[in-house]
Design a protein around this ligand. Sequence first.
Ligand SMILES: *Cc1c(COP(=O)(O)O)cnc(C)c1O
Length: 470
Amino acid sequence: MRYISTRGQAPILAFDDVLLAGLAEDGGLYVPERWPRLSSEELRALRGRPYPEIAARILDLFADGTIAPAVLARLTADAYAGFGHSGTAPLVQLDPRFWLMELFHGPTLAFKDYALQLVGRLFDHVLAARGSRITVVGATSGDTGSAAIEAVRDREAIDIFILFPRGRVSDVQRRQMTTVSASNVHTIAIDGTFDDCQDLVKAMFGDRPFREALNLSAVNSINFARIAGQVVYYVTAALALGAPERAVSFSVPTGNFGNIYAAYAARQMGLPIERLIVGANSNDILHRFFATGEMAVQPVVPTVSPAMDIQISSNFERFLFDLLDRDPAALAGTMQAFRRDGRFAVPEALAARAGGAFLSGRVDEEETLATIARTWRETGQLLDPHTAVGLAAGRRAAPAAPEPPVISLACAHPAKFGDAVRRAVGFDPPIPERLAAVFRDPERVAELPADLATVEDYIRRRARIAGGHA
Ligand SMILES: *Cc1c(COP(=O)(O)O)cnc(C)c1O
């Protein structure tokens, strides 16, 4: 299987090269030239199998021989071995039609672990096979840093350095990063703001001798391998509720469009999915697009679901590529106009087609908290605010029975967003053992000024690729 760039000007690559490349060199995103097929027989054969085994099979469809099936089986078994629930991504019934899929049993208690735990191991395997190593540097204002750290901790061929603004991330967020004891993980508290951290990372990538000496790599949210890793839980959930004989619908809280795009991919591969429902918070650019066919940037407003406080959804380009009949020139032109004007519109026929592929709903702060409160009252389940946005959008968008069941994605553990949950139900959500551990374990963190030479020197001395380890 070959992967092409949405903008048509980058080399066509195999899966292992796409994994290492991340973004295509023409600025586009890699997508499979053709979607692999999940036949009904194949789906029936997967029914009832353990999560890691289904993951290995799905990844094999995408990797297509570039990574041996036996290696995939070993990496997926290892990736999910440490999850806190033996079902990995269990379903919980809320009412006769609605289900929750719990995606918070990984090390950082949010859904990104499901793909990243696997992607870290895929990276390590491919790098080791090629005899190379990389140094990951990234800036974080909160959650991405810990998910990336957990993904690459203890990996042989990768060192990771995460910069965060000292005193400006929450205690939980800081401790989730600084209590990781792996020797290839380095956290740096910068005396400055998140923007200072991001500027330092950009400057390191701009410093060519430094970038090349350390083989710098980014923590990439647009890597296709993450999409492949996310297809897995859509398959396991649909199988559990009767696929391929019965269809299901999914409702997904959406920011960068990465999670729900994987559901779209699963549907393109043949998984029987009736409706895909996009849940947007007050930053509702995607909802407005699906309602009107126009994408128009507005200022970002802070909400109780901060992982969705985004205006430009990087993975949307992949869906737009399909909507434009995979015409790379039309796609590149549209993205150029979007960057220039902060808006673009598609013709009515295409808007109708987009609306046929996705339903959407906008859920404001009040409705988010009310959904947490109502779900607690009616079912005894505590939702995190992102999950509540998805569920509320799903309830509004999905017509009544006898339509297929709706699976709403629970994207983070409620304890990660305890303040919002307390506002909704009047008490703090119980802290799971995994999170309690970060309050016991000792912190390891360097404190450095927002000075490029100082930070580069610090990294150079510690990255194994540069012969550090004084
Ligand atoms: C990242 C994240 C989202 C948004 O997911 P996308 O793939 O960016 O759409 C929603 N909820 C939580 C808890 C997240 O961490």
